[in-house]
Design a protein around this ligand. Structure first.
Ligand code: UD1
Ligand code: MG
Length: 424
């Protein structure tokens, strides 16, 4: 088994979400939270990732089905976070080395601090290092207890805190590095005699210390890193912070966002410099946007969309799984789905590609320099040739391709220049 390994706990239902779906499948910026945690673990250097599933296990497995380095351990009954780690033992039997242990409900964890934690654990040869943060409002988190000299003593869950302990602001966001196999033995000694009657992972560091092992708590994480999503309110906070991070990144890369607060960009999208994005634009899924594009206001770019350089997509335009060639314009109220548009195409207001016949989605191809009139409907599958013109409100029927240079008008569209001029 390749190390370092990461164990990500994702077996709980997340009762406070009041949802039928497993908590870790709730989405932040269009992606299940668990995927961000997997990315962070991998980004920190984890070579093997074990996700502990339980509640709605099949859906969690399916959500990670395309991750080649992810293995699953099943926790049939959710007896606590310590028990959840324990069920990974058969998979990791024989592995010696560091294990990053994380929870699947912290989508804002960045790989950098986790890599630091791994590095420190290695250089200090610690049995356990835990990352901590300090929060203005620590409600809900396990508190970090230290002695007068500042040395870590133990973690106390909020429900088990005395009033003095509850006032402590340093918390454990459940980011640990444990050395294996030493952890297994500590897990065997967990005692569920706490307010929730669960096997708490939070007790493991103190148990290791009691055995004379080296354990330390390092304030390496920010409040954002530590945002654990336990409620819908937390989910909205995570969404807002993720949005800010993504938008800041693209502004740093040279993209103008006129109103970052109302601009929603998926973490998988890429955007070229000097592109200007107007308010109320939603970019969801894997979308590639070139340089010098102008997008919005009120544009929706969906998964699989590619805008080459200099494209304009204006107000109330939706583009879905489509490619728009360089300099192509769709400035007002249009739908482009499953379409491939060449360069310098003009799409008139309210023109649409009718890509779905109720059963099947089909493709529309539009050649360079073609002009699609206002209100035109192109029924897919169909091809409109280079420099062809589709008149306003024309309906081009499926499989009735428009030849290069041809002009068609009417419903259904008929040709009005039977012998188009040859290309210059
Ligand atoms: C846990 C920690 C707390 C920490 C907080 C950080 C414990 C006992 N408490 O509390 O110290 O401050 O996270 O966010 O560890 N899970 C399982 N199996 C179980 C129980 C939980 O896989 O039997 C998973 C959940 O799916 C979740 C994660 O562990 O992804 C944390 O569980 P949650 O119930 O959110 O714990 P917190 O109350 O947040
Ligand atoms: Mg939690």
């Amino acid at each position: 088994m390749n190390g370092p390994v990461a164990i990500i706990l994702a077996a709980g239902q997340g009762k406070r979400m009041r949802s039928e779906r497993a908590k870790v499948l709730h989405e932040v910026r269009g992606r299940p939270m668990i995927r961000y945690v997997v990315d962070a673990a991998r980004g920190a250097g984890a070579r093997t990732i074990v996700v502990v599933v339980g509640y709605d296990a099949d859906s969690v497995r399916a959500a990670l089905g395309d991750e080649p380095d992810v293995l699953f351990a099943t926790q049939a009954e959710q007896l606590g976070t310590g028990h959840a780690v324990k069920v990974c033992r058969p998979l990791l039997e024989g592995y010696r080395g560091p294990a990053l242990v994380l929870v699947g409900d912290e989508p804002l964890l960045r790989p950098g601090p986790l890599a630091d934690l791994l590095e420190r654990q290695r250089s200090e040869q610690a049995a356990c290092l835990l990352g901590t943060t300090v929060l203005p409002d620590p409600t809900g988190f396990g508190r970090i207890l230290r002695d007068a000299a500042g040395r870590f003593l133990r973690i106390v869950e909020e429900r088990d805190c005395t009033p003095e302990e509850r006032a402590l602001a340093e918390v454990s966001p459940s980011c640990y590095v444990f050395e294996l196999p030493g952890l297994w033995n500590a897990l065997d000694r967990l005692d569920p005699g706490n307010a929730q009657g669960e096997y708490y992972l939070t007790d493991a560091p103190a148990l290791l210390m009691a055995q004379g092992e080296k354990v330390a708590a390092l304030h390496l994480l920010t409040a954002d890193d530590a945002l654990g999503v336990n409620t819908r309110q937390h989910l909205a906070q995570a969404e807002a912070i993720m949005q800010r991070r993504i938008n800041d990144h693209w502004m740093t890369e040279g993209v103008t966002l006129l109103d970052p607060g109302s601009t929603y960009i998926d973490g998988r999208a890429t955007i070229g410099p000097d592109t200007v994005i107007h308010p109320y634009t939603v970019i969801s899924g894997t979308v590639r946007i070139g340089s010098r594009c102008r997008i919005g206001p009120f544009a929706h770019l969906r998964d699989g969309t590619v805008l080459e350089d200099g494209v304009e997509v204006g107000a109330f335009v939706e583009v879905n799984r489509s490619t728009l060639g360089e300099g192509t314009l769709a400035r007002h109220l249009a739908y482009l789905g499953d379409a491939v548009l060449g360069k310098h195409v003009n799409i008139g207001a309210t023109a649409v590609t009718a890509n779905f016949d109720g059963e099947r989605k089909s493709r529309t191809t539009i050649g360079d320099g073609a002009r699609i009139g206002a209100g035109a409907v192109l029924v897919a599958p169909v091809t409109v040739g280079e420099r062809a013109v589709v008149g306003a409100s024309a309906v081009v029927l499926g499989n009735h391709d428009v030849a290069p240079g041809q002009t068609v008008v009417g419903v259904p569209a008929r040709v009005v220049n039977p012998r188009p001029e040859p290309s210059p």
